[in-house]
Unconditional design. Sequence first.
Length: 192
Amino acid sequence: MSQPQYPGTEFYESFYATSDEAPAWGPMSRHRRRLMLAELARIPFRSLLDVSCGLGYLLQAVDRAFPGRRLAGSELAQSALEHARRRVNAEFHCLDITREHLDERFDCVTFSEVLEHVEDEEAALAHLSAMTGGTLVITVPGGKLNASDIAAGDLRTYDRARLETLLRGAGLELIRFRRFGFPMYDPLYRLY
């Protein structure tokens, strides 16, 4: 298996510009959104920022489940932001989470299935911490990095100890950790 390499901004621009939106409605994506909405129901929040919001599906689900909240999204790829703007009424910002952050804090920040893609995970978490005024809800892949993960742009996977260490280094505290996936997630992801 080859060593994972950061695919670069051009990869993500191309991916979102030509994206088939069907994967966002696959069982893994829907299940992850359900889990995140369940976590958000436990958190009092008036404002939420979805960092690396992609095509805006999570923001759309949050808007439906928690109406009246101030929603914002950020994304590295402009082509993704164009899709997200059509999907949900929210503020949107073009942002490279490894290099910058917004100059404001949100009650809740979400960061789903992104940390494994960024080269400088410590910088990304420091920038997330700077925007988190209450709670950060983050999802990352666990288990062994395989060829299909690398093809999807993953550079690494996480276990609880590694994630907790990284969060602590960014001034964040791990409050709740939940695993899901096997046996359903891995075979479906590899098939996709």
